[in-house]
Design a protein. Structure first.
Length: 146
């Protein structure tokens, strides 16, 4: 019985991740515009108040775009870019800015954080609990200019 529960859980988690990867390809890729996808995308299913972080390598002299998208129900996603020393390079402050173009002068790894805002409703306890249980796909995709 325990094995059955574990197998079901693994299937559910992988199925959810596959749905989010499809979401990234369908909705985020078009945000790259004339940038060519590097093949590096990072997708996660998050709830309000949760954060997903990942590192990516960017090469000297290249022009890059990082595009972020999410399920509409999650609101405007805050995304930040920091260097390996955690110095802030970019922060959209949760505004409706969903991409950032930049060029790196040296090859380096950058830390990208995707943060889902906490629910801003001050309604009844049931409404707050319902909003906390909502989850959705959040994705960042990277492209470079030829």
């Amino acid at each position: 019985m325990r094995l059955l529960i574990i197998l079901f859980s693994l299937f559910f988690i992988s199925n959810t991740n596959a749905q989010c990867r499809g979401f990234a390809k369908e909705y985020c890729k078009k945000l790259l515009g004339n940038y060519v996808a590097t093949g590096e995308s990072n997708t996660s299913e998050l709830k309000p108040g949760e954060k997903h972080q990942f590192m990516a390598t960017f090469y000297k002299g290249q022009h890059y775009r990082i595009a972020v998208c999410s399920d509409e129900s999650l609101g405007n996603i805050q995304f930040t870019i920091r260097n390996a020393k955690r110095q802030l390079y970019f922060d959209n402050h949760g505004e409706a800015i969903n991409n950032f173009d930049f060029r790196v002068s040296t090859t380096q790894q950058l830390i990208i954080s995707l943060i889902v805002p906490k629910s801003s409703t001050n309604n009844s306890e049931n409404d707050t609990k319902e909003n906390e249980e909502k989850s959705g796909c959040v994705s960042a995709i990277t492209g470079f200019r030829l």
